[in-house]
Design a protein. Structure first.
Length: 433
């Protein structure tokens, strides 16, 4: 597939490439250069620009609707391979060893026929050759298998989403972009923001916080953590700490441990505030009194994003997200989450959320609360609960006398009362100071 042939025949088509690693494919006898097959085009900026078809990015960035907001890449940038990639470990593997395709073809269509844009979609075939244990664990992780979504759908609907091919097709179209692969963390930006190489196809050991983690988790977690939305102050771990996601979320949590989890908050090795702050249990009278019963976020979170009324298909959220703060009874109290009172976030599930998929009702809708256990990423030492410098008095008075901090019956939509009866805080609690 030589340059001259491409210039004569190539139409405006580009496919985003990702790469994996496999011991099953032969290594080239010498490092690849721009004169060899795939690299002949994908290292040529001028040629890629000429072949590229412009894309229209959504207003505000490619990940504005779901996930986060990232700076859009030009189509040619997404597939441009830098020369230094070929000097790396992965760069010494023949392109077709992971991506398949035909490097001898004369046109892009023929070259890309049978090609795998993201080889790590099938990690056992590509990545497992070198990273056997990591792949074995990752395939059972929430990031890869999205078990949390399937678990909650089945609880509310009364049947398995996975057992229905038609519904799974809808799921993959509307919700499946939240699934990720090895390549979408270590080589490319995620599919939810239309991909694109991070550093010219070079593999990175740690995902980039902005272009990987927050590309998926940005619209809620990212805004809270960075303080990028109006009314937010950045999380204390970011400002002045500057901590990246991996400071709390370790590799063993993200890759998984080999144990399959059914829900996000059942993932082993998830971070706990106490991992770093255990010595604060008796730091002051409030910690001494509440350490065993109150989640840390009850006092140290700011208001956070909540959502109402979501419908699959083209519907999405029927109304804008809003900031709120509610303390409730712990819906997942267990040895792993022992606190009696936690912050709750409203999720936008309705009985008819899946009507566009042909599921008109969720018969077991009340089996799961719509005010869910949450861990907002907007921690501050001084919040509306802990700040005693104003007219609200000390912490005890501000909290115990509050008409707004606790989730009461009046805060819950009438159609959701039965679903949330176990998390609503009774009107006579906590006792008045």
């Amino acid at each position: 597939m030589h340059k001259k042939k491409w210039l004569w025949y190539a139409p405006a088509i580009l496919l985003v490439l990702l790469a994996g690693c496999s011991k099953r494919e032969p290594l080239p006898t010498k490092p690849l250069t721009v004169s060899v097959g795939c690299a002949d085009c994908h290292t040529d900026q001028a040629l890629l620009k000429k072949l590229a078809t412009p894309e229209k990015a959504p207003s505000g960035g490619e990940g504005e609707i779901r996930g986060g907001t990232v700076t859009p890449l030009e189509p040619w940038e997404k597939v441009f391979v830098k020369q230094d990639f070929f000097g790396s470990v992965h760069g010494k593997i023949a392109c077709i060893g992971c991506h398949k395709g035909n490097p001898e073809a004369a046109t892009p269509e023929a070259a890309h026929k049978g090609m795998s844009a993201d080889p790590s979609e099938e990690p056992q075939t590509t990545c497992a050759g070198c990273h056997t244990n990591v792949v074995a664990h990752f395939e059972k992780s929430i990031h890869f298998n999205q078990n949390g979504y399937f678990t909650l759908f089945e609880k509310r609907a009364g049947f398995s989403l996975k057992d229905n091919p038609s519904l799974m097709a809808h799921f993959k179209q509307d919700c499946g972009t939240c699934h990720t692969t090895c390549g979408q963390c270590h080589v490319s930006r995620p599919a939810i923001v239309k991909g694109g190489f991070l550093t010219g196809h070079r593999f990175q050991k740690s995902p980039d916080m902005i272009n990987n983690c927050l590309a998926c988790h940005g619209s809620r977690t990212g805004e809270e953590y960075l303080g990028s939305a109006e009314g937010y102050r950045p999380d204390v771990h970011w400002d002045p700490g500057g901590k990246q996601c991996e400071f709390c979320h370790k590799e063993s949590e993200l890759h998984g441990t080999g144990a399959e989890s059914d829900l996000l908050y059942n993932v082993p090795n998830a971070p706990r505030c106490e991992n770093c702050h255990r010595d604060k249990a008796a730091a002051n009278v409030y910690h001494f009194m509440h350490w065993k019963n109150l989640q840390c976020q009850v006092c140290h979170s700011q208001d956070y994003k909540n959502c109402n009324s979501c419908h699959v298909g083209a519907g999405g959220l029927a109304e804008p997200a809003y900031r709120a703060f509610k303390i409730g009874r712990n819906p997942i109290q267990s040895p792993g989450h022992p606190k009696a009172y936690v912050v709750l976030r409203h999720v936008p599930i309705l009985r008819n959320s899946y009507a566009a998929w042909g599921v008109a009702d969720l018969p077991n809708y009340n089996s799961e609360p719509t005010w869910k256990y949450s861990t907002p990423h907007n921690i501050r030492l001084w919040t509306d609960r802990t700040d005693t410098t104003g007219s609200g008095g000390n912490c005890a008075f501000k909290c115990h006398s509050s008409d707004t901090f606790f989730l009461r019956k009046a805060d819950v939509a009438p159609g959701e009362l039965d679903a949330n009866q176990n998390v609503i805080v009774p009107a006579d609690f906590p006792p008045k100071p």
